[in-house]
Design a protein around this ligand. Structure first.
Ligand SMILES: NC(=O)c1ccc[n+]([C@@H]2O[C@H](COP(=O)([O-])OP(=O)(O)OC[C@H]3O[C@@H](n4cnc5c(N)ncnc54)[C@H](OP(=O)(O)O)[C@@H]3O)[C@@H](O)[C@H]2O)c1
Length: 159
């Protein structure tokens, strides 16, 4: 049986480490071409070289800070300029702030909201219409069980 993902493209946010990197390794092994994004370009390039060598798939690296408002759109413009259809979007980039509110830097919390919520929402809304027109495509949003309950010292992240 032909893998539904082979020779198609996935965009993975937060691919330089952790869960996002695992997704990249798993999907490249299934023959998927990848757009990898995160801030640490050197780690993305190392991963891209490793995947290309091991699986012969294509990998594009886009380094950027997704909590900056214009970055998601810039990244998608780059994807579009290469005529790439995104079959699978994995919204994985994210971080948490753990502290009592009095000792929490508000700007850091706002960056967290911009990354965990804003970038995820923007990428989903910009990618979904083409998937719907084509009649296929998927989005995976990596979240947390913290989202199911209020969590002490992680109020913003859990919300
Ligand atoms: N690990 C857990 O126990 C756990 C539990 C529940 C949910 N989660 C969620 O799972 C996702 C992945 O977590 P993980 O454990 O794999 O963490 P991780 O290893 O820290 O990975 C986070 C990824 O997001 C990227 N990232 C962070 N800030 C970014 C920014 N401003 N712009 C672009 N990319 C950014 C990081 O790359 P750069 O630093 O290179 O930018 C990294 O690739 C997160 O959304 C996290 O909230 C994790």
């Amino acid at each position: 049986m032909i893998d539904q993902y082979a020779e198609r493209w996935a965009l993975i946010t937060g691919a330089s480490s952790g869960i996002g990197k695992e997704f990249a390794q798993f999907l490249a092994a299934r023959g998927m071409h990848l757009i990898l994004t995160a801030r640490r370009e050197n780690l993305l390039n190392e991963l891209a070289e490793d995947l290309d060598r091991r699986h012969g798939t294509q990998t594009i690296v886009f380094a950027g800070d997704l909590s900056e408002n214009d970055v998601p759109q810039k990244m998608l413009a780059e994807v579009q300029s290469r005529n790439i259809e995104i079959e699978l979007l994995i919204n994985n980039a994210g971080f948490s702030v753990v502290n009592d509110i009095a000792n929490t830097d508000t700007d850091t919390v706002l960056k967290m909201v911009d990354l965990n919520i804003r970038a995820l929402t923007e990428l989903s809304y910009r990618v979904l219409p083409d998937m719907m027109k084509r009649g296929h495509g998927s989005i995976i949003n990596v979240a947390s069980v913290a989202g199911f309950q209020p969590v002490a010292y992680m109020g913003g992240y859990a919300a």
